[in-house]
Structure formats: C-alpha cells, structure tokens
Design a protein around this ligand. Structure first.
Ligand SMILES: [Fe+2]
Length: 247
C-alpha cells in the first residue's frame, strides 16, 4: 500500500502554503456532515488565505468532447475555486485542525459543528484528485504490471472493472463520487455522498475518482449520467495516476 505522501505526489492541481500534514484518523465513522449543496458558481474574487488553486494538469479544452471546455471552466474556475475560497474563510480560527485540505477534512469529519469547514476542505481535495484522475486520450486499462494483476484479481478483466465502476457511479443517489480504492493490494469500488472520501472514512486508499455531482456533467450530458460515466471510462481515465497511487 502506498504511503499517504506517495498518494498525494500526483495531486498537482491543488497547492497549499504548507506541505505539512497530520496523521489520518483511523477507522470508519458514520458520516454526519451536511451536504455541501450544489450552489451557483461564486463570482467574487478569491479570498486571501493559505490555500490556493493550482493549475489544471492539462489544458481546459483537452478533455473535449467527453468533457467540454465550458464544463471544465465552470467546474474548475467556479465550483472548485469556490470551495477553496470558502475553505480560506472558514480556516480562520480552525488552524489547529491541520495545514492541508486532507488533514482538515480528516480532523473535521463527523463533527457537526465543523460541517461547513469539512465540506469545503473535502471538496477542495476531492476535486484536485478528480482532475488528476483524467487525461487527454486516457482510458487504456493497464494489461501488465501490479495494478493489472490486481484488476484481474478483483474484477476479472478491464470490462469487469468498467462494469463495476459504472454500477457504483450510477448507484450513487444524488451528489457524490465513485472511487476505485486499494486495501492492502485488493481493489474495490466505493461510492460516497456529497463531500466524503474513502481517504478519511477509512474505506481504502483512493486510486481514481469520478465526480457524479450534476455540475460535473449536466452541461454536456444533461441527466444522462450513464453516458458521461461510460465516455469517462473509455476515453479519459488517467491510469498512470492510478498506478502511481497503487505504488
Ligand atoms: Fe465537482
């Protein structure tokens, strides 16, 4: 299993002022946080604070036609930026929880009085992981190597993995995420609601994620989440990122 540091090496789309991080809390806890809500894009300028949005790992038109430049522009420039802005606002007075979004989300997870901070820290981290889970001309599932062996053991073959990924992504009721995770070399699919991530719920080490909030696909696919997920799996998945996270 890769260390948390290894996992985060590939997350280049999110920069923070401090590289320090605190230890992950162990064990799964029941989610108690309130949904972040799919709010309209923020229009105000970025708030001053320690957390900033790093550039995307590819050009904003590179994922078209699977994900349009328009969707990327709103999703990254408005939604993701909005989470970072709010995180900076809410971080004031909560500095003791940690110095990175994942540390803050881990510390605030399950604490009702920290729900807004949790939601925004978690969404800041989740989106950085999502951007890195995609690349131009992606989608080719590994056929050799440790990850390929784990895929074969867990899902039979690439088609079996894609079928499980689709079922998980379509099975998430409402806003959330579908993750490919690793538990000691064993792969599985995990769905999470709203801002939750297996990284702090204890469900495994994330290797890949697809955002199934409507803001991720509605401009391009309207209500056809299944078409978005299928195209994402076939044409965008960054398996290099997954292999790096698998270790
Ligand atoms: Fe999103």
């Amino acid at each position: 299993m890769p260390s948390r540091r290894d996992l985060l090496v590939g997350v280049s789309a999110f920069a923070v002022a401090s590289a320090a991080s605190s230890a992950l809390a162990g064990g799964a806890k029941p989610p108690e946080s309130k949904p972040a809500g799919d709010k309209p894009p923020e229009s105000k300028p970025p708030a001053a604070g320690p957390f900033t949005l790093a550039p995307l790992p590819w050009g904003d038109a590179d994922l078209a036609p699977v994900i349009s430049q328009n969707t990327v522009s709103f999703h990254y420039g408005k939604h993701h930026q909005g989470y970072v802005n709010k995180l900076n606002e809410l971080y004031v007075g909560n500095e003791s929880l940690g110095s990175t979004p994942e540390a803050i989300a881990t510390a605030a997870y399950g604490k009702a009085d920290k729900a807004p901070l949790y939601n925004n820290a978690a969404q800041a981290w989740n989106h950085a992981f999502y951007w890195n889970s995609m690349k131009k001309n992606g989608g080719a599932v590994p056929t050799t190597g440790k990850l390929a062996d784990a895929i074969k053991a867990g899902f039979g073959d690439a088609e079996g993995l894609k079928k499980a990924f689709k079922e998980t992504a379509l099975g998430q009721f409402g806003s959330g995420w579908a993750w490919l995770v690793n538990n000691g070399g064993k792969l599985s699919m995990v769905k999470t609601a709203n801002a939750d991530s297996p990284l702090w719920t204890g469900a495994g080490t994330p290797l890949l994620v697809i955002d199934v909030w409507e803001h991720a696909y509605y401009l391009d696919y309207q209500n056809k989440r299944s078409d978005y997920v299928a195209a994402w799996l076939d044409k965008l998945v960054n398996w290099d990122f997954a292999e790096k996270n698998f270790g």
